[in-house]
Design a protein around this ligand. Sequence first.
Ligand code: ATR
Length: 266
Amino acid sequence: MKHFCVIGCPITHSRSPALHRAGFVELEIDADFQAVEIKPDELEHFVREEFPKTYAGAAVTVPHKEAVRKYVDAETDIAKAVGAINTLAMQDGKIIGTNTDVVGALHALRTGCEVLGKSALVLGAGGASRAIVYGLGKAGVRVAIWNRTLEKAETLAHEFQTEIVPSLDSIHPERFDIIINTTSVGLRAWESVFPADMWRANHVAFDMVYDPLETKFLSDAASAGAVTVTGDLMLVHQALEQFRIWHNITLEPEVMMRSFFTEEGG
Ligand code: ATR
């Protein structure tokens, strides 16, 4: 039996075990997937000692996505570009770090629209924002970044050669086709970082928050007639990409989507 896990701190609410176990059941793969709480001061020992001995792969979540880079043997180009690892895999005895958030975010967004040649406004400049800003650039999308703390938007915009929006009050919403929330605003709270009166019917709204699935951000967008993309799609699609890396199999999204709604936590 092969062993997989997700590491983070805290880890009890991770959906990764449920998503991956759904794939094991569907394809009758002899494997298990555990949630393992690893504190920051335990990370080096886990990655260098325990991981190679016990596991074929691991998902990496908050707060380890950047710190884990120091302990892998090699990183993929995508992990280097994003500056974060969310997936570990053992390959020929070496610990490889990669990032499936980029592919996951783009797949999710493409369920709402064709992205090539479009213009996107990305709200937020944290870790989740880095992955989508990098991915959008690669996918031929013009990107503008807004962030509450302007300096962080400036740093990201400089690194990925994008525009900055200093204030949401000053924008013409018609300029944008796609509006993406990567901030934590709306997480277990009925609030939105994007002014409700700025939504237009031709917008595509993508919220990375998935608790709740219907956020105020998406609800305001839908009221204006915009297309909406929920955060569970990103989570599922980044897990599908992990599944492909670890098992060399492309799993149908529906297999994981079902587990998202049937299994709590995990
Ligand atoms: P993640 O890895 O999920 O992106 P993060 O790196 O902690 O998490 O980033 C959180 C993002 O949410 C940041 O862009 C943060 O803005 P600041 O850089 O100004 O802190 C944004 N954010 C959090 N709370 C916010 C709020 N109340 N209003 C606006 N933005 C907020």
